[in-house]
Design a protein around this ligand. Structure first.
Ligand code: SR1
Ligand code: MG
Length: 395
């Protein structure tokens, strides 16, 4: 694995991506590469460079110095590429089976070269197409449990944890989440984006003092609680999947944050898909299984590998578990509202072609998000999320 700091930044072209792939020595000399820019996310260039005969290839990802979703008027740090490659390498220490291999990174070009996952599909696209991904919740539950436990004060020497934390100070990307997830959708802000038919529902959120208080508490947790190294943007567009494999990608938002955040974002995006279709069960089952796998895996690690002298204290694990679920439910509510009326929507809802059906699904999303935030303290078991989901439909 190489890590270079030599070059001067310029955006990659397709021919530049091919030249880089050839230079890395991962392929036989003279490989007749094909290159396609395939980035459909909000922030980066992504090139798929491959040999059309063997189908073997690599992904070359480059951060742009601005947010692609908005344009050059929104400058954005290139350091996120280093955060991303460091996070992938750190996650690979604990769950190599669930992240792409990093072959090379160049800090000044903001480039990461990684394993080609083109045999898999982005989970959001698959869910929209009706796929169910039977192993997804097993894999994501394990991914979250192991990465959170081993990078926390329970799974790692507490001095080493603080040193690791220094590599993941990520103020600009955290600010995007602080603004776009926890603030702007709850006020009349220019980044918001919604159909006029939703105005009454949206204005009700802007004038809801009880909701504001609860979102402010959740935002404070996001700002201050450094439990573990979190992915920071674990929506279904950050996961490649098939019926047998799962790979988590794009951890450029990684930082030391609260235990419940990744779980909440994942739950939210499953719920957004469930709201967009008539067959809810596979999504609700994934939420429950993710939580059950997470809690069992985390508890087993706690039992066997905990470094904290208070680990065996009666009630501590239960308290961590309970608070993590409550926080995850609240974070999920914020993410659902943000993906419905804020910046960076999701295709699950926006792709509903029939306008009245789309508006109705979005109204339900706003109601569900609000309920999750306001009632999170009453959630003691994951099955209660299912009840809130169906109560939203019945209301
Ligand atoms: C300006 S970035 C908008 C969103 O894209 C990323 O995937 C994150 O979810 C971020 O909030
Ligand atoms: Mg992303």
């Amino acid at each position: 694995m190489t890590h270079s700091k030599q070059s001067v930044y310029e955006p990659l072209t397709e021919s530049g991506a091919v030249a880089l792939a050839a230079r890395l020595g991962l392929f036989p000399e003279g490989t007749p590469f094909i290159c396609q820019e395939i980035g459909d996310g909000n922030l980066n260039l992504v090139f798929h460079v491959f040999d059309p005969q063997t189908k073997k290839g690599v992904i070359i990802k480059q951060a742009l110095p601005y947010a692609k979703v908005v344009g050059e008027s929104w400058p954005l740090t290139l350091k996120r590429a280093v955060i991303e490659s460091n996070a992938l390498r750190t996650f690979a220490d604990y769950v190599p089976q669930y992240v792409p291999k990093v072959y090379y990174s160049d800090e000044s070009l903001a480039i990461t070269v990684m394993e080609d996952l083109s045999h898999l599909q982005i989970a959001r696209k698959g869910f929209i197409a009706g796929k169910t991904y039977p192993l997804l919740s097993q894999h994501i539950g394990e991914f979250i449990a192991k990465t959170l436990f081993y990078t926390s004060d329970f799974g790692m020497n507490q001095q080493q944890k603080k040193q690791l934390q220094q590599n993941f100070i990520n103020p600009e990307l955290c600010k995007i989440t602080e603004d776009l997830v926890f603030t702007d959708p709850f006020f009349d802000h220019e980044t918001n984006n919604f159909e006029e038919e939703l105005r009454r529902d949206v204005e009700a959120l802007w004038n809801d003092d009880a909701l504001h208080l609860e979102v402010a508490k959740l935002k404070r947790k996001f700002l201050t609680e450094a439990d573990a190294l979190i992915h920071g943007d674990l929506h279904t567009g950050s996961i490649f999947a098939s019926d047998t494999e799962t790979k988590v990608i794009d951890p450029e938002f990684a930082f030391y944050g609260p235990f419940g955040f990744d779980i909440g974002q994942f739950f939210a995006n499953l719920l957004l898909n469930a709201l967009s279709r008539s067959e809810h069960e596979p999504l609700l089952a994934h939420i429950e299984k993710t939580w059950n796998v997470f809690t069992h895996t985390f508890a087993a690690l706690w039992e066997q590998h905990n470094v904290e002298p208070y680990a065996k204290t009666e009630g501590l694990l239960q308290d961590v578990r309970q608070q993590t679920l409550i926080d995850a439910v609240g974070f999920a509510g914020c993410e659902i509202i943000r993906r419905t009326i804020g910046l960076a929507h999701v295709a699950d809802l926006d792709g509903i072609e029939d306008q009245p059906t789309r508006i109705h699904a979005k109204q339900l999303a706003l109601q569900l998000g609000r309920q999750l935030i306001l009632h999170r303290q009453t959630i003691h078991e994951v099955q209660q999320i299912r009840s809130l989901f169906f109560q939203t439909f019945a209301a």
